[in-house]
Design a protein around this ligand. Structure first.
Ligand SMILES: Cc1ncc(COP(=O)(O)O)c(C=O)c1O
Length: 306
């Protein structure tokens, strides 16, 4: 299957686009403190100096395991795969399509599979948990069991937990190598904050893995600021997601989910931006992510008139 690269969301150069449900970052937006500290960092000219590498301490406290910070999960993935040196990358499909791009960039062969146990000796299985685009979370004990079974056949596992903070699920780190984006929970993908969780393999740490503004803002937000934002996020999802999902289910076929986004089978709605999934070989299916209650009503109306 040919993978087509397409990313949800919009860039700063786009203005006045239609309501965007393709972007699956935090529906309640960034923590207030983050915006304040980014402003303060700019006013203090933090970008005129090198980062202090203090965000790493905050993320270590937040995660409770060893953390190596990176300019986004994409850079963490590149560094981790380069350090782990697999013979081939095995991607259970559907999954986050940029794993293919990362494999191509590193010149490592890849294969899309239905079952990760199709991996052979020297392979590295790379998968998102919760899965993007499906939104399903696999429990920690099941992930550890998969890692054990892969190890028995000489293969390894790397898990991308960029959406785990939108569930009450437990991380597979430090027993399994994990990469993660904080751009989702913080609703700030442009800040480029990601990490590798667990003891770093040799060769993982390139210098300057985070910019000064992100370093400053995360340091001042602190682990408690991130935890508070996660709790507020989980409370919002618990209330709003079932409302939206059930209304959509009255006129289309949404798939069950464990996070704030879900796949809908059927024709794409008009007048709203959704994430098409033909790029993943799933014809007549798309992904939507909840936003504010007012915007969600716009989405429900659009789906029900499609
Ligand atoms: C599963 C998953 N991993 C990683 C990323 C990329 O994260 P970052 O923006 O931190 O590089 C995304 C972005 O959409 C994603 O969905």
């Amino acid at each position: 299957m040919a993978v087509v690269f397409y990313h949800g969301g919009t860039s700063w150069a786009e203005e006045g686009v239609m309501p965007d449900f393709s972007d699956n970052s935090n529906p309640i937006g960034p923590p207030e403190g983050l915006i304040y500290y980014v402003r303060e960092a700019v006013e203090r000219g933090v970008y005129l100096r090198f980062p202090a590498n203090l965000a790493e301490e905050v993320l270590r406290e937040y995660e409770g395991v060893e953390v190596t910070v990176f300019n986004g999960a994409t850079e963490a993935l590149l560094a981790a795969i380069a350090a782990l040196k697999p013979r081939r990358i095995v991607i259970p499909w559907p999954n986050y399509a940029d794993y293919v791009r990362v494999a191509q960039l590193l010149g490592v062969g890849y294969v899309l599979v239905e079952d990760p146990l199709q991996a052979a000796s020297g392979d590295l299985v790379v998968m998102s948990n919760p899965n993007n685009p499906l939104g399903r979370y696999v429990r920690r004990d099941e992930v550890l069991d998969l890692a054990r079974r892969l190890k028995a056949r000489g293969a390894a596992l790397l898990v991308d937990e960029s959406f785990i903070d939108f569930t009450r699920g437990e991380s597979a780190a430090p027993d399994v190598p994990v990469v993660k984006s904080y751009g989702k929970l913080l609703a700030a993908p442009g800040l480029r904050v990601g990490a590798y969780l667990g003891d770093p393999p040799p060769g993982l740490k390139a210098p300057w893995r985070l910019n000064s503004i992100a370093d400053y803002a995360i340091y001042h937000l602190g682990a408690s600021g991130i935890k508070k934002h996660r709790e507020r996020t989980l409370a919002y999802i618990a209330e709003e997601l079932p409302r939206v999902w059930q209304k959509v289910a009255k006129c289309a076929s949404p798939l069950p989910t464990d996070v704030h986004f879900f796949v809908v089978k059927g024709r794409e709605p008009k007048g709203v931006k959704v994430r098409p999934l033909w790029t993943h070989g799933l014809a007549d299916a798309y992904r939507v992510s909840i936003k504010t209650p007012e915007l969600n009503d716009v989405l429900i109306k659009a789906i029900c008139s499609a």
